[in-house]
Design a protein around this ligand. Structure first.
Ligand code: SIN
Length: 341
């Protein structure tokens, strides 16, 4: 078992910063039992916090309302601002960890991005809620509590960015939102949970071995903008129009979410060749929710110049490709990123 130095070796209370971005955890509905009339991102962080007075028993908590958005409205500018803010906070000796509350719709993308750009071993934990704060049995308060327990724990250091939902600790690389409604929506079906939170204690069982945080080569401290990367979905009857439109509108990279092991239809192959000839990086991932897309499997990546996206889903592959393109342009280097992260 890897034993990491303690941030706050029992001498003082942990100090956490809570960054609020919006989402359903800050959402309200007109009724407690239905979602009709529900709006995400309306309660501010002090209101969210007031529903969890027990947090004062976990840590000293500073709060900051960084954004107030539904997470589908987040964009790479939000990610860059968030990543930079976290790196500043974690460089300070008076911050032992960061908890982020955001909408669940794109929580996978934010957490994976942070996993690749945070420059610290201090815990960073992302959480949210499947039910608005006004719901009967709202899940947000307990998720926030559990996330703070994990962020305050010295055992959580060095494990990369984590997502805490429904009493489970999930690695940012592997977590999927698997269900549109249920409170156990967040899972890591391929590789399993990293740990559990029970009775105010976190129990860790495994860590991912793909590079993250301090082992990552992505430095966003000077980055003003991320390269435009789009996703094109493969389906029966697909044609080249959408891929061509990406190239024409200035995409620097395209994630192709192909069927099965990221198979690409014969209809799309000429457009893939043209995209690559014009300098656009093309990465194949699967539109199936789980499984490996191996190199040269189902498609001859080495002949066409595409990269294979390993086990990443399309949204996460897009995050990695944006970051990869901030540093690299060659296909070999981009493929190496998908093999490493
Ligand atoms: C959002 O992602 O902002 C809304 C949905 C949610 O938080 O579950």
């Amino acid at each position: 078992m890897n034993v990491l130095p303690l941030t706050h070796p029992g001498k003082r209370r942990p100090r956490l910063t809570l960054l609020a971005l919006g989402g359903t955890i800050a959402g309200k509905a007109n009724q407690s039992t239905v979602y009709a009339g529900y709006q995400a991102a309306v309660a501010d962080i002090s209101e969210v916090l007031s529903s969890v007075p027990e947090l004062s028993g976990v840590a000293d908590i500073q709060t900051r309302q960084l954004f107030q958005v539904a997470s589908q409205d987040m964009a790479s500018q939000h990610l860059l601002a968030l990543g930079k803010e976290i790196n500043v906070l974690l460089s300070r000796p008076d911050c032992d960890g960061v908890v982020i509350t955001q909408g669940t719709n794109t929580l996978e993308e934010t957490s994976f991005f942070l996993n690749l750009v945070v420059r610290s071993h201090k815990p960073v934990v992302v959480t949210g809620a499947m039910r608005p704060s006004t719901s009967l049995s709202a899940d947000g308060p307990m998720n926030l509590y559990r996330a703070s327990v994990v962020a305050a724990s010295p055992q959580a250091r060095g494990r990369g960015v984590m997502v805490v939902m429904n009493d489970q600790i999930l690695g940012a690389r592997d977590v999927h939102k698997t269900d549109t409604m249920t409170v156990d929506s967040f899972k890591a079906p391929l590789f399993g949970v990293m740990g559990l939170v029970a009775d105010n204690v976190c129990h860790f069982y495994r860590s991912g071995i793909r590079c993250h945080t301090l082992d990552s080569e992505f430095d966003i401290s000077e980055t003003q903008e991320l390269p435009k990367v789009d996703i094109v979905y493969g389906y029966q009857d697909d044609d080249r129009a959408l891929l061509d439109a990406c190239v024409e509108s200035g995409s620097k990279g395209v994630v192709l979410a192909g069927a099965g092991t990221a198979a690409i239809s014969a209809r799309l192959v000429p457009a893939v060749k043209d995209a690559i000839a014009s300098g656009v990086a093309v990465v194949r991932v699967s539109r199936s929710s789980l499984g490996l897309v191996g190199h040269n499997v189902e498609f001859d990546d080495d002949v066409y110049g595409t990269s294979s996206g390993d086990t990443l889903n399309p949204a996460k592959a897009r995050i990695l490709l944006m970051l990869a393109l901030t540093r690299f342009s060659s296909r070999a280097s981009i493929q190496a990123c998908f093999d490493r992260y």
